[in-house]
Unconditional design. Sequence first.
Length: 89
Amino acid sequence: MEDELCPHLTNWKVVIKEKKHQCDECVKTGEEWVHLRTCQTCGATLCCDSSPNQHASKHAKKAKHPVAISSEPGEAWAWCYVDEQMVEY
C-alpha cells in the first residue's frame, strides 16, 4: 500500500515556473548554488539544501510557503517542505 500524499501535494499542479536560472538571494551576495527550486506560492527561485545557504528551505519556513518545484532542466518534481514529501509530475 502506497503512502498517501500530503494535502499540499494532493491534486497539485505546477503554478509558477522559474523565470531566471539563478538563486535570487545568492545573486545579491555573490554566493554560488548547487541546484534551484521555485516556490509555488510566490515564484521565488532559490537554492536547494545541497547549496551552502539553503535559501529555498529558509524561505519555505519563514514565509510558510509549502511547495517548491525543481528548477533544474529535465527534472519534473515538487517537494512539500511541511510534510517532507515529493511528487513527480
